[in-house]
Design a protein around this ligand. Structure first.
Ligand SMILES: Cc1cc2nc3c(=O)[nH]c(=O)nc-3n(C[C@H](O)[C@H](O)[C@H](O)COP(=O)(O)OP(=O)(O)OC[C@H]3O[C@@H](n4cnc5c(N)ncnc54)[C@H](O)[C@@H]3O)c2cc1C
Length: 428
């Protein structure tokens, strides 16, 4: 069994430095070199800003090379809040449309490079775990089809889609795809390495303060002066970034990848070879690997934090894969790994410029398309030159100073949802 991402067999995050940073002055320093940071850095250099990108770990070692690589836009935006009630119809639609734009942005970026990043237009099936949730999906489909160009289908019968009797129906999203997350990261990184960008990894932000027109940034590699500071730390945000860290919490999610069970067996279980997720809070998400020979299965056993290599985690995955996809037999688990999903307290992304400090985070589990787009777009908050301002900046953020206690209680919350949703599956 391997306890690192399956994706790292093709691109493994590495340390890299192309500069010395102590006592240097920059226009922009970016903290965090995931999709957000790397896209912000590239755009910043293209606007002639002297830019430094740092990460406390290897390049891409955060969530960006650990995800399931399921790509969509618009779909999960404000999944847990009523955007329409909170922001009114027009703004809610604008937010959703911007999230759809992020999917188009990714499609444009990888156009011509599909085999390099293993981009496949697969569609996505969101599966209802109860009849009540199926009805909620139907309403969502009506609303989104009326207001956006998402073109969603309501599927009452999913027999031809998935070999399973756990789910009650689903929502089919045609404009959705799969990607190899770490090859996509490498693709973005290679572009960034070709421009005049200073990079230092590993280098951790320790603290920062503003003196006159500059931020003085204290890092493990020395002190740096900068006009602008951008935090692209997402689920790995801690107190070093300042008070905004109370907007976001890193929720651990885990992924298992099976042994090679073969295209035939995989196609039997999921003939359309799509991306799949469900309506539970105790979410399951799964997909075939790009070669269609293995199953990738993700979940939120939050209690398993830093216990990836324990037998409990392995048996958790065995049990749930067998329960959800019972016709898949004789499989083994070859890989298990975890990563932190950046969940904000209002479950919406957070983009703002406050006194030349930019915050770009809060993927809430759907960041493969959204975060590169927001990273890229956020530079317009510095240059102030854009024909299409970021609408997402209009989202009100919500801080929670009990973040530490909530992190501690997450496993209990996880167990509560598991039990509740098991009952919903059987009786509602
Ligand atoms: C298990 C898992 C599955 C997922 N599946 C999907 C999916 O299928 N589809 C989808 O759309 N999204 C998915 N996501 C979410 C997606 O991966 C993220 O939204 C995206 O990668 C976030 O990119 P980012 O650059 O904002 O953050 P990250 O890639 O997490 O980068 C943040 C970086 O900040 C660095 N950092 C933090 N603090 C400091 C500091 N003090 N000093 C220096 N560096 C610092 C960290 O080391 C880290 O590298 C998943 C996430 C996880 C964890």
């Amino acid at each position: 069994m391997k306890f690192y991402p399956y994706w790292w067999e093709d691109y493994k995050p590495y340390h890299f430095q192309n500069c010395s940073i102590n006592n240097q002055t920059y226009d922009l320093v970016i903290i965090g070199a995931g999709y957000t940071g790397i896209c912000a850095a590239q755009e910043s250099v293209s606007k002639n800003l002297k830019t430094l990108l740092i990460d406390q770990n290897a390049l891409g070692e955060g969530a960006s090379t650990r995800s399931a690589g399921m790509v969509s836009g618009g779909l999960n935006f404000g999944k847990k809040v009523d955007l329409f009630k909170e922001y009114g119809d027009q703004m809610a639609v604008d937010f959703i449309k911007e999230s759809i734009d992020s999917y188009r942005f990714l499609e444009d970026r990888v156009n011509g490079y599909h085999s390099e990043v293993k981009f496949q237009k697969t569609g996505r099936l969101v599966l209802a775990h109860s009849k009540k949730k199926l009805e909620a999906l139907r309403k969502k489909i009506d609303l989104l089809n009326r207001l956006t160009n998402l073109k969603l289908d309501f599927l009452k019968n999913i027999d031809h889609e998935i070999s399973n009797d756990y789910y009650k129906g689903g929502m089919l999203v045609h404009d959705a795809a799969s990607i190899h997350p770490s090859l996509f990261y490498k693709f973005l990184l290679d572009k960034a390495l070709n421009c005049k960008l200073d990079i230092f990894s590993p280098c951790k932000l320790l603290s920062h303060k503003k003196i006159e027109n500059y931020h003085i940034v204290n890092t493990t590699e020395g002190i740096v002066k900068t006009k602008f500071l951008l935090f692209a730390t997402n689920g790995y945000s801690e107190k070093e970034i300042g008070k905004e860290n109370y907007n976001i919490i890193g929720v651990p999610s885990y992924i298992a990848v099976t042994n090679e069970i073969g295209t035939e067996a995989i196609s039997k279980v999921m003939p359309k070879l799509r991306m799949y997720s469900d309506t539970k809070n105790d979410l399951f998400y799964f997909r075939p690997t790009p070669d269609h020979k293995r199953l990738l299965f993700g979940a939120f056993p939050v209690w398993a934090y830093q216990k990836e290599s324990s037998r409990f985690v392995e048996s958790f995955f065995y049990k749930n894969i067998s329960r959800i996809l019972p016709s898949l037999n004789n499989f083994k688990i070859n890989y298990i790994w975890g990563g932190k999903v950046g969940v904000t307290f209002n479950t919406l992304p957070h983009v703002k410029n406050e006194k030349n400090k930019l915050y770009v985070f809060g993927c809430n589990g759907s960041g493969v398309a959204l975060m590169p787009y927001l990273g890229y777009k956020s530079i317009s908050l510095i240059t102030k030159k854009t024909n299409s301002p970021i609408i997402i900046t209009k989202i009100n953020s919500k801080k929670n100073y009990f973040k530490k206690i909530i992190s501690f209680l997450l496993p209990v919350l996880g167990i509560y949802y598991r039990k509740k949703e098991e009952i919903e599956n059987k009786f509602f």
